[in-house]
Structure formats: structure tokens, C-alpha cells
Design a protein around this ligand. Structure first.
Ligand code: ADP
Ligand code: LRH
Length: 478
């Protein structure tokens, strides 16, 4: 087997990138061909993804990457574009942070039965699950006219290859996918008033989709490969863990905190704790909870008009610990806007000291996020019975020294930070395997990661009592 050149297209909520990878049994090299901002646009009161700007970024990146044997696409989950009968895009995809789903999720879950929903889909209740977005869009001319619904990575794959399909790891985030039958949950769709024929045939990660359309004029004729097209699925492939006793935090705009399992956990306790069972590569399950992640920090920086994150983090490191803590998953933090004001308001509501300057707000965000990481790591273990002895942090958050140390302290476990581009690496590894440039299961793919990628270890400092006390302030521990 010789190493192949591949392009990994990874579009996150804050930025998109096309990474050029060289992958073989002992080779895993990654270089950034192109990075572009992902800037949502509010128009006529609705928050949209600028999907054509993203597609342009993808094309520019593929041109910059040069000839490759394959390319794979992953993006954030749940959102979709609608196509008419000729394959034309109907309108701009709506952003999951748009307000259209307000109140819809609770009502629909009640109607369909929360226990039935969980038993069928295994999914946590998030207000923006595709199911709820589609119910919110019911009756709109756009949805009425739609012939097909494509999740965002499948939409980009369609534009590149002309082939329509729905990759399973991302389909499993819609709350319209039956995780045990590994098929669309057509009964649920019917009961929710959603047309089943909108949904294209499913395809497994690690299968070939087809060659890039020659009319695009891209270098070579790369094969478009279905990877874990949900970015978190690719990120978890890219976790350089040994064995199974590890937790992961895919830490970027969101923190996705959990364990990798061979079977879903569908107990009532798991449902009540709002843990999700998303389908992973090689038949695994991502048993995790969405934690608000670095979004409050990103959005605070936007409010302050600053881009100098390293300076802010240096100042936050010198701030006193645990002065103010909030629940990062407070639903008021979900929509875009003035996050520093909302954090101050949450502190006022709960009797915490109100942070008075940006460094104090940043420290509050990071202490609170580390506490939420602690809670999710503990609960993932309790609910799944899987004991963990280390926490892997991957994604942009792995560059945040303060957060990694606080997470190690909060969890009382070593944190292994990196790779930052785990998602692109997981994407490239699955492509390489589909193109026969590398063999083996997830354990073998991860051993290539460990041999080639830089990982930083943070040991927990002995202040367990202080973390317990802080968790008590949020009512999370007795
Ligand atoms: P997503 O895929 O959701 O867009 P990423 O994995 O790219 O997110 O992570 C983005 C986050 O990484 C930013 O919100 C920021 O907090 C963090 N980050 C990026 N660069 C740095 C840095 N130099 N130091 C610390 N954190 C960083
Ligand atoms: C992370 C992510 C996450 C989803 C959210 C919508 O980028 O895919 O796994 O819950 O976006």
C-alpha cells in the first residue's frame, strides 16, 4: 500500500477548511490548503447559512489542494437544503440557531411521546433537531415545493458529484433515523406530518459516492467518498485513544462530551439525562451530551469586537478561579447576540457575582465549561457503565491551554489534548481506507494517529474539593 493524497473538507460552525492529507499505513500528514470563515446571514428575520459562500470556499480549497485521489466532506449536523424536482436549491438553508423552532420541540416531543422518540432514534432532545425544524417549516411554500432534502455535507457532495444520498452518521442526528433498524424512521415521519419521500437513500461511511463532475474543472478526477459526514463522527475517529477506556471532548463551537460504545444506551435514566446515541463509523455509537462549548466565548468576542484570543486567555488565567459560575447550557445562551450581557444576567439571577470586565467573563465561561465537562464525563460513565481513565480533547479547544488544564482538574483525570484537526484527520483516514491505501479498524487508524500527531498531556491538580463546591453552586452535586 502506498500513501495517497486526499482532500478533507471540514466545515464547522465557525470556519471551513480544505485540508490536504497524505495517508498510508505509516504516514499521516496534514496541511491546510484553504480556510474560510463561516458567517451566517440574517435576512428578512431568518438566520441562514451562506451555503454558496461555503461551497465557493470548498471549490477554492480543492483547487488550492491540487490533484488528489479522493475527497470527503463533513460539516455540522442537523441542517439541510431543499431541492426542487430539477435538483435546484430552494432558498438558503436555515441556521439551527434561528428562532423558528422556539417552543416547537417541546410540543412535538409531547405529541409523539418522548419515550417513543428516544426508543426509536436514541437522540437527545435539542430544540433544533431536524425533526423539529421540519415541523416548524410545515406548510411553507418552500417545503411544499421540495422534492428532496439533503443534509449540508450531502448537499455539497451532490454539487460535486451529481449523486444524491444521505450519509448515516449525519442522518442519525436528525431524530428521524431509526438507530436499531438502521433506516429512516418512516412511521415517525408520518406521525409528524413529514413526507418520507423527501429523504434520499442512506449510504454508509467508507463507501464511494462517485467521481467529481468533470464540468467543475478540478485538478484530476478525485473520487468523492462518504466519510463520517457529521463532523463529530469524523472527530471521534480522529481521537488518538488506546483501547476503550477513554472519554472524548470534541471541543469547538460545541463541546461534544462522551464515550464510544458498541451498543446504544436507551434507558430511561439516559433519556432523562439527555444523552444521545449518534451512529458512528464502523457501527459504533457516540454516546454523548452536547455542552454549549466555546460558542459563548466566540460570541462574546464578536460583541467586544476583539479577535485577540491569546491575549484574552492570558488575562483570564490571572483571574481568580470560580468567582462566578453559570450553567453553560442555559437556553438563553443559544441564539446569537450579546452573550456578555446574558452571562451577567444569568449571574444576577442565580446570585453569582456579575463579571465586570472581559477577562472576568472569559474566566467565568471557561470555569463553567470545565464544570460542564466534568458533569458530562461523570454521567457518561455512570449511565453507560464504561469506566474511563483519560479524557481526550480534540478540535480548536485543544489549543486552549487554560481550558485543557481546568478540564483535567475538574474531571480529576489526565487530559490528552490534540489533534486540533482531529475531524479532518478522521475524515482523511476513512477515505484512505475506502480507497485501499490503509487497512484495519478504528484501533489501527488511531495507532497511526498516535504515531504521527502531537498530543499534549495535562495532569489533574489536586483541588477536587474546590470543583465539588463549584458544582454544588450550580445544584449539580450533593
Ligand atoms: P468549529 O469546527 O465548531 O468551527 P473549531 O474546532 O475550529 O470549531 O474550534 C474553534 C475554536 O477554537 C474557537 O472558538 C476558539 O475558541 C478555539 N481556538 C482557535 N484558535 C485558538 C488559539 N490560538 N488558542 C486557543 N483557542 C483557540
Ligand atoms: C458540531 C455539531 C454537533 C451538533 C451541532 C449542531 O459541529 O455537529 O455535533 O450537535 O454541530
Amino acid at each position: 500500500m502506498t500513501a495517497v493524497r486526499l482532500a478533507a473538507v471540514d466545515v464547522g460552525a465557525s470556519s471551513g477548511r480544505v485540508m490536504l492529507a497524505r495517508v498510508g499505513p505509516e504516514t499521516l500528514e496534514l496541511a491546510e490548503a484553504h480556510r474560510f470563515r463561516n458567517e451566517p446571514v440574517r435576512a428578512a428575520g431568518t438566520l441562514h447559512w451562506d451555503v454558496l459562500a461555503l461551497y465557493r470556499g470548498v471549490l477554492e480549497g480543492l483547487r488550492a489542494a491540487g490533484p488528489v485521489a479522493g475527497l470527503g466532506i463533513d460539516t455540522w449536523a442537523v441542517d439541510y437544503g431543499l431541492l426542487d424536482a430539477t435538483g435546484a436549491l430552494l432558498g438558503n438553508p436555515v441556521h439551527y440557531r434561528d428562532g423558528r423552532t422556539e417552543g416547537v420541540g417541546d410540543r412535538v416531543a409531547e405529541q409523539l411521546g418522548p419515550a417513543r422518540l428516544y426508543a426509536t432514534t436514541g437522540l437527545q432532545h435539542l430544540p433544533f433537531n431536524t425533526l423539529y425544524q421540519l415541523v416548524a417549516a410545515a406548510g411553507t411554500p418552500q417545503l411544499e415545493a421540495a422534492h428532496r432534502l439533503l443534509l449540508i455535507p450531502d448537499l455539497i457532495a451532490y454539487w460535486l458529484s451529481g449523486v444524491i444520498g444521505a450519509e448515516v452518521t449525519n442522518a442519525s442526528t436528525t431524530q428521524l433515523y431509526d438507530l436499531r433498524r438502521r433506516a429512516w424512521a418512516t412511521d415517525l415521519m408520518a406521525d409528524a406530518g413529514i413526507r418520507g419521500e423527501l429523504f434520499p437513500p442512506l449510504r454508509e461511511p467508507g463507501t464511494r459516492i462517485g467521481p467529481v463532475l468533470p464540468t467543475l474543472g478540478l485538478p484530476g478526477t478525485p473520487e468523492v467518498v462518504a466519510v463520517g459526514s457529521h463532523d463529530t463522527a469524523s472527530a471521534v475517529v480522529g481521537v488518538p485513544a488506546v483501547g476503550e477506556h477513554f472519554a472524548y471532548i470534541s471541543c469547538g463551537t460545541w463541546s461534544l462530551v462522551g464515550v464510544e460504545l458498541d451498543a446504544p444506551v436507551l434507558t430511561e435514566a439516559s433519556r432523562r439525562a439527555n444523552f444521545t446515541n449518534e451512529s458512528g463509523v464502523d457501527g459504533t455509537f457516540r454516546y454523548l451530551r452536547n455542552v454549549m462549548g466555546l460558542w459563548p466565548l466566540q460570541e462574546s468576542m464578536r460583541t467586544w469586537g476583539t479577535t485577540d484570543l491569546p491575549a484574552l486567555l492570558r488575562e483570564a488565567t490571572d483571574e481568580p478561579a470560580f468567582r462566578s459560575v453559570v450553567d453553560p447550557d442555559d437556553p438563553t445562551f443559544l441564539p446569537p447576540g450579546d452573550l456578555p450581557a446574558r452571562i451577567a444576567e444569568a449571574c444576577r439571577r442565580t446570585g453569582e457575582p456579575v463579571p465586570v470586565h472581559p477577562a472576568a467573563t472569559v474566566r467565568c465561561i471557561l470555569d463553567s465549561l470545565a464544570l460542564a465537562h466534568r458533569r458530562a464525563v461523570q454521567q457518561a460513565q455512570q449511565l453507560s457503565g464504561r469506566h474511563v481513565d483519560a479524557v481526550h480533547v480534540v478540535g480548536g479547544g485543544a489549543r486552549n491551554d487554560l481550558l485543557c488544564q481546568l478540564t483535567a482538574d475538574a474531571c480529576g483525570l489526565p487530559v490528552l489534548a490534540g489533534p486540533v484537526e482531529a475531524t479532518a484527520l478522521g475524515n482523511a483516514l476513512v477515505q484512505a481506507r475506502a480507497l485501499d491505501a490503509i487497512g484495519g479498524g478504528l484501533a489501527e487508524l488511531r495507532s497511526v494517529l498516535r504515531a504521527t500527531q502531537q498530543i499534549v498531556r495535562y495532569e489533574p491538580r489536586a483541588d477536587a474539593a474546590a470543583w465539588r463546591a463549584a458544582a454544588r453552586r450550580l445544584g449539580w452535586e450533593d
